[in-house]
Unconditional design. Structure first.
Lengths: 114, 116
């Protein structure tokens, strides 16, 4: 599998439910980032978790990171229809001095139904 | 909330023509990037730019592509002779730091390039 693979590929839930998305990666990282993309729009940075962190919260978002398993999860609690979007994990690779390129996963398409 | 601004939002061009995609990164950011996303596919890295030079580029970023920061605010991507397979959404991004000073990237809303 490639760096940054999300699971599941698609997720459909009812409003108010929690949504959990998982990401696996292959190489060592110093941080992992989650982004949201509404259909046909730009990428919005949601949260960054560093390799020395195990869990991080931001509003209704909770991210975990397990470096021993090379995996991360994104939990969206009390989902809303407006959370409908594609969610990507991304890991920086490459040069530390010149700007790290992000390697994106294939994404999880989340649909929150009323 | 500071934004990365991209223009135009849509561009249709004939095969073989040159296009310039424009971006205004966030003013205190030091690192600039171009990514692209072909419809239905992953977001792919093209190039990173720091201290007025390319710091890294992907195999996609061949001689047909170039980047420039002509003044203190704009960051452009030029495709010299467009091909049908260049049709994609192109995203500009910037970040304040890298490595331990990486706080995430701010992406623009993209330019949808259609080559006909």
């Amino acid at each position: 599998s490639q760096q940054g693979e999300e699971d599941p590929q698609a997720l459909s839930i009812q409003e108010g439910e929690n949504a959990t998305m998982n990401c696996s990666y292959k190489t060592s990282i110093n941080n992992l980032q989650w982004y949201r993309q509404n259909s046909g729009r730009g990428l919005v940075h949601l949260i960054l978790i560093r390799s020395n962190e195990r869990e991080k919260h931001s509003g209704r978002l909770r991210v975990t990171l397990d470096t021993s398993k090379k995996s991360s999860s994104l939990l969206i609690t009390a989902s809303r229809a407006a959370d409908t979007a594609s969610y990507f994990c991304a890991t920086p690779q490459g040069l530390t001095g010149g700007g790290n390129k992000l390697t994106f996963g294939t994404g999880t398409q989340l649909k929150v139904e009323l | 909330e500071p934004e990365v601004t991209q223009t135009p939002s849509h561009q249709v061009t004939q095969m073989g023509q040159e296009v310039i995609l424009r971006c205004v990164p966030i003013s205190n950011h030091l690192y600039f990037y171009w990514y692209r996303q072909i419809l239905g596919q992953k977001v792919e890295f093209l190039v990173s730019f720091y201290n007025n030079e390319i710091s890294e580029k992907s195999e996609i970023f061949d001689d047909q592509f170039s980047v420039e920061r002509p003044d203190g605010s704009n960051f452009t991507l030029k495709i010299r002779s467009t091909k049908l397979e260049d049709s994609a959404m192109y995203f500009c991004a910037s970040s304040v730091g890298s490595g331990a000073r990486n706080y995430g990237y701010t992406f623009g809303s993209g330019t949808r390039l259609t080559v006909v």
